[in-house]
Design a protein around this ligand. Structure first.
Ligand SMILES: *Cc1c(COP(=O)(O)O)cnc(C)c1O
Length: 408
């Protein structure tokens, strides 16, 4: 079975994790991260959301409104709330995953302090529209949420540089990972100084125990992603035994993980350094697999392919279908696990229902209809071997027959 998610970890990350810690590992990770993103500063955090929260604080915003997508990772509005501000949700642009910047503009008011522009699933945010919006509302600060993008480009412009700062998430589900962890990049000296100051004030040091827990977590990821053991892991997951590890939110709570104010550990920084060196090849491989899926799925009826953006980096290859369960079952039979990466619309979650004003029909539709196909290179190997990904039409039709209309 090809898992819906497979970080590209090999012996190099393992070796790096097991090396003796040195105090400057986090600084070295930051320097490499800034270089790789083409920015002056990178500041490391235990989670992307911690970085986002303190970035908002570094802008001096309090009790203000912050625009963010209705369809994004739920930790984003959590970070806004924890920064002492209020999220204002914006629906997606129809046919795209990113927020509709025209609708965003309609929601800009006196109290608007910032907009969180997100390149969801690695599809670059439309920087032409964003520039136009900012010309009309220069008082609104832009934070780029690059947790899914890692240098996605809009017409050749890297999205992370189009704002005061950019936030990256680095957990194992992201394009590159430092086990957990996050980073904020910026070219603005004053902002970098402010953010580093806040980090010094608010974050405690990474304890020895945290480093050890991160190492154990990393060690647990390897067998979980190794084909012979993965089947067992998938079974445990289906039985709900792994919820503690794979469920990252509670629909009724606005909360943060217990260690969200404990600095990134040196072991995470070392793993992150190895991953950074592989970033270009990882993204190139994901683009190849995405192109493969685009061809492979082109003739499927009842399936909407993701936008074909040239500068997309594909954290996920997300399609839309009507009967999600049927698709998951059908591809499971083919040995391919599909995911439902964001299966909620934030304003419809219990935690936000009462504060969210307006309708969010596109986000709601996506929350019910998105599925994502695996992007690890083994998809291509499998297809070259002539099995799963290019199934014989006859066999495929037979199987499809059993699902019948549900597939449409
Ligand atoms: C993962 C993610 C983040 C940051 O997540 P952390 O778990 O806090 O590192 C931010 N935005 C989006 C869209 C994400 O997917």
């Amino acid at each position: 079975m090809i898992p819906r998610l497979r970080p590209s970890l090999d012996w190099r990350e393992l070796a790096a994790a097991l090396r003796p810690p040195r105090r400057d590992h986090v600084e070295r990770f930051e320097a490499a991260f800034a270089r790789e993103m083409g920015q002056k500063h990178a500041i490391a955090f235990p989670y992307g959301r911690t970085g986002l929260m303190l970035a908002i604080e570094a802008l001096g915003l309090r009790q203000r409104e912050i625009l963010c997508p209705a369809y994004t990772c739920v930790v984003v509005p959590h970070a806004i709330v924890f920064s002492g501000n209020r999220p204002v949700f914006v629906d997606c642009r129809e046919g795209e995953f990113n927020m509709d910047l025209d609708r965003a503009e309609e929601k800009i008011g006196e109290r608007t302090g910032a907009i969180i522009a997100t390149s969801l699933f690695g599809h670059p945010v439309d920087l032409d529209r964003l520039d136009a919006l900012l010309r009309r509302h220069p008082q609104v600060a832009v934070l780029q949420d690059c947790a899914h993008s890692f240098a996605a480009e809009w017409k050749g412009r890297p999205v992370q540089r189009a704002g005061i700062a950019a936030v990256f998430g680095l957990n194992v589900s992201k394009i590159i990972t430092s086990v957990f962890g996050g980073a904020v990049t910026t070219d603005d000296e004053a902002f970098a100084r402010k953010l580093r100051g806040l980090r010094r004030e608010r974050l405690g040091p990474a304890s020895w125990a945290k480093g050890f827990r991160r190492l154990l977590y990393l060690l647990a990821v390897y067998p979980g992603l190794w084909p012979p053991t993965f089947r067992a892991v998938a079974l445990l997951e289906r039985a709900g035994w792994l919820d503690r590890f794979v469920k990252y939110y509670d629909p009724g709570e606005i909360d943060m993980p217990p260690d969200y104010l404990q600095s990134m550990s040196a072991i995470e920084a070392r793993v992150g350094l190895v991953q950074l060196a592989k970033r270009r090849s990882i993204v190139a491989a994901r683009r190849r697999v995405a192109a493969f899926w685009r061809r492979r799925l082109a003739d499927e009826s009842g399936l909407v392919l993701p936008p074909d953006d040239e500068g997309a980096t594909y954290s996920h290859f997300v399609c839309r279908v009507e009967d999600r369960e049927a698709w998951v079952r059908r591809w499971q039979n083919e040995g391919i696990q599909l995911g439902t990466i964001i299966d909620y619309s934030i304003p419809h979650l219990a935690a936000y229902r009462d504060v969210a004003a307006g309708d969010f029909p596109v986000a709601l539709l996506y929350s019910r209809s998105t599925i994502n196909f695996p992007l690890s290179p083994e998809v291509l190997h499998r297809s070259r071997a002539g099995s799963t990904a290019e199934p014989s039409r006859a066999g495929d039709a037979g199987r499809r027959g059993t699902l019948g209309a549900a597939d449409r």
